[in-house]
Design a protein around this ligand. Sequence first.
Ligand SMILES: CC(C)(COP(=O)(O)OP(=O)(O)OC[C@H]1O[C@@H](n2cnc3c(N)ncnc32)[C@H](O)[C@@H]1OP(=O)(O)O)[C@@H](O)C(=O)NCCC(=O)NCCS
Length: 151
Amino acid sequence: MKIVRTEKEHIPQIARIAAESFPDPWTENGFMSSLDISGNIFLTASENGEAAGYIIGTADGDFAGIDSIAVAPSFRRQGIAKELICRFCEIAAQSDSCSSVSLEVRENNLPARALYKKCGFSEIGLRKNFYSAPRENAIVMNKMIKEDKLC
Ligand SMILES: CC(C)(COP(=O)(O)OP(=O)(O)OC[C@H]1O[C@@H](n2cnc3c(N)ncnc32)[C@H](O)[C@@H]1OP(=O)(O)O)[C@@H](O)C(=O)NCCC(=O)NCCS
């Protein structure tokens, strides 16, 4: 499995993974336009040329945030999401001013909360009714990325 910068040709498979993973997935156009946004970190886990998962977020100045991560159902529980987060944090840490990565996660998404904890994130807050369809609270999580050991 390789982690690579996302290219246009990955997008149809990534949109399919998102559709299999979320009730309100990003569209193919949404993923495509985010390829052009400066400061975005958009990575694909590629297994024999097939996209197995992706992570997308921003590292801009002091701020880094993960906006979306998903792994195709047939590739789950093989460490792919952990590897994507690790690589994301390494890239964000290359910016001198960026000291932490943050994210929001649905309160009921226990697999994702367990994943982020395993990757060294701490739960630092709650945003009431942050999500719609279905309406749900968000847990805010944060990880310092200027430590010796990132992954
Ligand atoms: C959450 C998700 C990205 C995890 O991807 P993954 O590649 O299967 O995760 P990993 O194999 O890297 O798991 C790393 C650790 O996370 C935790 N974890 C992952 N999936 C889990 C699950 N279903 N239940 C409990 N813990 C889980 C475990 O601690 C796991 O380590 P272990 O396998 O040694 O026990 C994947 O289930 C997914 O795409 N879900 C739908 C989309 C989603 O919810 N994205 C997050 C939105 S905030």
